[in-house]
Design a protein around this ligand. Structure first.
Ligand SMILES: [Zn+2]
Length: 359
């Protein structure tokens, strides 16, 4: 196969990939650069460990605050799902998810898979990042549509079982027909209720799959901090990762909010998200004697994981979150609201893009 895909997007990816590797290319890498930890002038194991332990605590708290902020918005009347402000908060959250895919995970994957520490053949001969991201986007679409089919079939065969999802209703103090944001067609008959159940199920699938996609990045950034022994790079990273997780938590929290889970499931999803980066740091500390950021195995595994998660996040942010809302009746009904929502998307994606400077 040639190194160019016959689509414009892939061509852009290839260009990006080439320029990224060109920027890194400072002559052939020596094997020692790739095998050993870099022992800069700042190498200090005990000080690094102290900072990493501080990082575990502060990142945990920051992630928790970030992911819970949107969830507590239920208490604010202006942020009920049928209000305009809710749509704007959601647009902000979608922007954050979009930037996570495009600005954090995708460039990371390019950097991993075009590293000079990997053998030129095959890694420089083919844009693996773009290829895996594309496959992952197709796969996400497949899961998305097949789960919907499966749910519809099951519903038909279990037509007599009514309302087994009752915990959601206690969480939503609004009447049926106004509780489901974009697609909530206000109908109270049986058909409308079925439609809403399908929308709710979709939102739940979206929240869980998104969490999976985000967690890959959260573990990886924690892991590389945990494996570092250099206090000079760890110190600024502690603050950066706190903001990173705060922001990303707000993005994920907005999507968990829309899934209208019961308090228990919300707590599980929030806890799972909040612990991943600290877990990554702890894992990095535990493995710091064997794990090297730029060993070929780590580069390939992390690079491929990042590429799959980038495809997933880009598809979900664009199709499931942004397109669904912007093409939906609520935003189609008001140009003014649409413009505010776009501002929110730009703020969310801009803020998250800024974080890409650090992690
Ligand atoms: Zn990041």
């Amino acid at each position: 196969m040639t190194s160019h895909f016959p689509t414009t997007i892939s061509f852009l990816f290839v260009l990006l990939s080439n320029s990224a590797s060109a920027a890194n290319d400072t002559g052939p890498a020596t094997p020692s650069e790739c095998d050993a930890a870099s022992l800069g002038e700042c190498y200090n194991k005990p000080e690094a460990l102290r900072l990493k332990l501080i990082a575990i605590g502060t990142i945990l708290v920051a992630s928790m605050i970030g992911v819970c902020l949107p969830l507590f918005s239920r208490a604010v009347p202006a942020l009920r799902p049928d209000r305009n402000l809710f749509v704007i908060v959601k647009a902000f959250a979608s922007g954050v998810i979009l930037a996570t895919g495009y600005m954090h995970v995708l460039p990371d994957s390019f950097e991993n898979l075009s590293s000079p520490c990997l053998p030129k053949n095959p890694w420089s001969k083919f844009p693996f990042t773009a290829f895996v991201a594309m496959l992952s986007a197709i796969f996400t679409l497949m899961v998305d549509s097949l789960m919907l089919t499966f749910y519809n079939r099951r519903k038909v065969s279990k037509a007599t079982v009514v309302d087994h999802e009752s915990p959601i209703h206690e969480m939503v103090p609004v009447p049926h027909g106004h509780g489901h944001g974009h697609c909530g067609v206000p109908q109270l008959d049986a058909e409308g209720k079925d439609g809403q159940e399908a929308v709710l199920l979709r939102n739940r699938i979206i929240a869980q799959v998104l969490e999976m996609g985000i967690i890959v990045h959260s573990v990886v950034i924690g892991l590389s901090m945990g494996a570092s022994q250099n206090p000079c790079t760890i110190r600024p990273l502690v603050a950066a990762l706190c903001f990173h997780q705060l922001f990303e938590g707000m993005g994920l929290g907005g999507c968990i909010l829309q899934a209208e889970y019961g308090i228990k499931m919300k707590a599980i999803l929030a806890f799972f998200f909040a612990t991943t980066t600290p877990f990554g740091v702890a894992l990095g500390i535990g493995l710091s004697n064997v794990y090297r950021d730029n060993s070929p195995t780590a580069l390939i595994v992390v690079g491929l994981l990042n590429a799959s998660s980038a495809g997933l996040l880009n598809y979900m942010a664009l199709v499931d979150l942004l397109a669904t809302d912007f093409m939906g009746p609520k935003l189609q009904g008001s140009v003014k609201l649409q413009l505010w929502a776009y501002l929110a998307v730009l703020l969310g994606s801009g803020g998250m893009s800024l974080m890409a400077k650090w992690a």
